[in-house]
Ligand binder design. Sequence first.
Ligand code: AMP
Ligand code: FE
Ligand code: FE
Ligand code: ZN
Length: 287
Amino acid sequence: MARGDFHLHSTASDGVRDPAWVVGTAAANGVRALALTDHDTTAGLAEAAAAAEAAGLRLLSGVELSADLEGVDVHLLGYGFDAAHAPLREYLAGQREGRVGRMRRIVRVLADHGLPLDAERVLAIAGEASVGRPHVARALVEAGHAASVAEAFDVWLGNGRPAHVTRERLSPAEAIALLHEAGGAVFAAHPIYLGEASDDIVRTLAGAGLDGIETYYKHYDAETVAAHHALALELGLAESGGSDYHGLGNPNDREIGDIPFADEAVAAFLSFLDGRALPGLALAGAG
Ligand code: AMP
Ligand code: FE
Ligand code: FE
Ligand code: ZN
């Protein structure tokens, strides 16, 4: 088990466990430093901070933003920012509102395809969370329209499928600037999902001010880690690691902390964050 895990989701976005459970389980698994990186929200950070303090863990402020690079969906992880920074809070609030409207559009498209769903039921499944495709997928399964969440994505909701609806997003350069302004560092999440052009996309992001890449990711084998490490060296980027835990039990999923992230790499990541002359790690007013 790794001593650091800096990519974790909770019920504040599309994870199935609440922030306190995520932090407590991380502690039980031997993790000593972590970041909760819910999609478009810092709403879980206050609960996570209380749990981390009780368990004696180090918690970084975290968030995962989706940016649009000419049609490519680029996921960026922000760390160590001030969660009370007003422009960031306003942007995140706007994204969450946009998610509700987009969910209603998805529901209309599904109805057009003969799959009626109640949008209010999707909101109920999401609960306090910022609503996303995984919640629509669960509603499709519940209504008997799909056999599993995976099938719901494969047939309907996945990128390029009939009920895939995009939403307004910043460019990566804008998202990086916003997180920097809030005092954060920005890492490219799971570059492998960017496909064949991923190295070139990371080079573009590096030119836009990216601080690092997620070299150590849940199921990566040694060869994949080595390729990411070489790219980080080429571009002078720092390296992060995380399990991207959602608690969904999909293929390739790993438990919290069960990632190929050596102690020295965890320490190097934390010293990179600590070495920045920026106001980091503030959690005041997280919400
Ligand atoms: P959204 O942020 O609403 O666009 O939903 C994206 C989330 O859906 C990702 O963070 C994953 O949690 C989940 N997801 C994306 N693709 C799949 C898939 N093929 N199977 C299961 N979950 C997926
Ligand atoms: Fe997710
Ligand atoms: Fe992601
Ligand atoms: Zn994630």
